[in-house]
Design a protein around this ligand. Structure first.
Ligand code: ATP
Ligand code: MG
Length: 559
């Protein structure tokens, strides 16, 4: 795997070095950061990296981090996404103090600053169409051409901006542009757009505005208003930094934030782009933003991933200056390690095969002790019911097994976890020849699964549930949404893994699982970690597999 530069110890990376340097030199008096999502979708695990970094450094250096919505594009933004993002950041374990902030809180101030730029001769209203502007912008090797409207007087510009705001012109008729340099090597400095006309209802300001600031005009100024000291963003904004600095320099802003860029998270078998995730949802390729196959925080939550595991993963990958690809197996390792410590063990049979224990008295049952969590003795034990009829996993039986198969087969003896040694005596088939039942005998001297007085050993231990009191349930197993380790974002629909979800409808749970009524992830012994799905009811329990016990995917993919 090609990980990012691993931090030498927790909290060591170039961003923290910069902050330490700024605090030591007095360039910054404290640390204020922000996490600035655009509410045009739900958060994904790439955002978790940014959240942990922004909130993490603020906490480490005794500062604060704001949650600020970058809500400047009303055609794509929705209240549902605002609410979802707030829930997800909180779930991940972070707190932003008294209130959530919004770029839209600053629309009036931003407008005043636009007027300020016009008066200073640093902005103008351009009547060119989008196509004309594109055509005159130039290329990486050729300078752009000045707009014919570039030299309007301040009075004329202000008059037009006022009328743009008043709604006199249709969408796209005019824009306000910064007057910087159409020959600048950095295209972002070739008179970038500051305001555009958009007759669209905004989730927060309703119809108050029909002109909206661009990302570049809103972002740095919002940072300055909030006293942000270190504005941390991903590498694609590096080319915007000269514009960020230009605006801060030419506006009477109350503070001077600085922007720093870090590498975004890329994960194998995963596409981290809100555009792609939106299309997966809209195209019906998944069941919604919180589909357990989605790399969204709501998807991971529904899948049973604890927030600690995501924070642990983000800490392990570190923060670097160069882009790289992180193996999704690393995320799974964090999930397994976190759940191994906390998840209680239970017994569940996914593909049941009935076993009748012929020498066990009919109608009798007994309670045996099962360990709740071998990594935490305090979790204690629970009783499980044993009886004459039980279910075992179909995969744990082979009629004609290879030598190394240590589970059930005709004439072979295995340990039933926490119960007894049993020996398979007979195989019952239905009319089609399919195995429908095994007839076994048990050794009463092996109670609790212990070695009998004669010292006889068995190599295999299998899990089971008592037939009579087990509860039927649906269990959903997941594989990556993309089999390709580095799926292409364009045309991704064709690459969706058709086997990404497998639904098993006749699974048998030990009854404690439904009686406890818990939303905590559990380990189903030998099968992986599982959590109850929100659609689950007492009549129809439904569980999701969070992750298997081993990295079975790497094997399948031949890595
Ligand atoms: P996407 O590329 O998925 O559409 P975005 O960058 O447009 O995401 P925003 O809501 O603007 O989404 O992002 C909020 C913050 O999260 C930004 O500061 C952005 O840099 C950061 N961010 C987005 N994607 C990642 C990622 N994959 N890794 C790290 N940080 C990210
Ligand atoms: Mg963005």
């Amino acid at each position: 795997m090609s990980s990012t530069e691993a931090p030498s110890e927790a909290g060591q990376d170039f961003i923290r070095d910069i902050i330490r340097r700024d605090l030591d030199s007095g360039a910054a008096e404290g640390v204020v950061t922000r996490f600035p999502p655009e509410p045009n979708g739900y958060l994904h695990i790439g955002h978790a990296k940014s959240i942990c970094l922004n909130f993490g450094v603020a906490a480490e250096f005794g500062g604060r981090c704001n949650l600020r919505f970058d809500d400047t594009n009303p055609t794509k933004e929705e209240q549902e996404f605002i609410d979802g993002i707030i829930e997800d950041v909180r779930w991940l374990g972070f707190d932003w103090g008294a209130r959530v902030r919004y770029a839209s809180d600053y629309f009036e101030q931003l407008y005043e600053w636009a007027v300020h730029l016009i008066r200073a001769g640093r902005a103008y209203v351009d009547d060119q169409s989008q196509e004309e502007m594109r055509a005159s912008r130039g290329t990486l090797t050729e300078p752009g051409r000045n707009s014919p409207w570039r030299d309007r007087t301040a009075e004329e510009n202000i008059d037009l901006l006022v009328r743009m705001r008043a709604g006199e012109f249709p969408d796209g008729a005019r824009v306000l542009r910064a007057k910087i340099d159409m020959a600048a090597g950095n295209i972002n400095l070739r008179d970038p757009v500051l305001y555009r006309i958009l007759h669209a209802r905004h989730p927060r300001t309703g119809t108050d505005w029909c002109i909206y600031p661009s990302y570049d005009f809103a972002h740095g100024q919002s940072d300055a208003i909030e006293g942000v000291t270190h504005s941390l963003c991903t590498l694609e904004f590096a080319d915007h930094r000269p514009l960020y600095d230009w605006l801060i320099e030419h506006l009477p802003v109350p503070s001077r934030p600085r922007q720093y860029e870090f590498a975004r998270l890329n994960l194998t078998h995963t596409l981290l782009s809100k555009r792609v995730l939106t299309e997966l949802v809209r195209g019906g390729h998944v069941d919604g933003w919180d589909d357990p196959r989605m790399p969204t925080l709501s998807g991971y939550r529904r899948r049973g991933v604890p927030p600690e595991a995501i924070r642990d993963f983000v800490k392990r990958i570190g923060v670097a200056r160069a882009d790289s690809m992180v193996d999704v197996a690393m995320l799974e390792a964090s999930i397994r390690e976190t759940l191994n410590l906390t998840a209680e063990r239970r017994m569940v049979v996914l593909n049941p095969l009935k076993v009748v224990i012929e020498n066990y008295p009919e109608g009798e049952t007994e309670q045996l002790d099962a360990v709740n969590n071998p990594s935490n003795p305090d979790a204690g034990t629970r009783p499980v019911t044993f009886s004459r009829e039980i279910y075992v996993e179909r995969d744990d039986f082979m009629e004609d097994p290879p030598k190394k198969f240590f589970r059930l087969a005709p004439g072979r003896e295995v340990r039933l976890r926490y119960a007894y040694f049993v020996t398979c005596r007979e195989v019952i088939r239905d009319a089609d020849g399919e195995v429908v039942e095994l007839r076994c005998t048990y050794d009463p001297e092996t109670r609790g699964g212990n070695t009998p007085p004669d010292g006889r050993k068995v190599k295999g231990t299998i899990h089971w549930v008592s037939a009579a009191d087990s509860v039927r349930a649906e269990v959903r197993l997941y594989e990556p949404l993309f089999t390709d380790p580095e799926p292409e974002a364009g045309g991704f629909a064709a690459a969706i893994n058709p086997a990404s979800r497998q639904t098993l409808v006749d699974c048998r749970l030990e009854p404690a699982i439904v009686q406890e009524n818990s939303d905590d992830a559990m380990q189903f012994e030998r099968l992986g970690y599982f959590v109850r799905d929100p659609v689950s009811t007492s009549d129809h329990p439904v569980f999701n597999r969070t992750v298997g016990l081993r990295d079975s995917w790497a094997k399948v993919a031949g890595k």
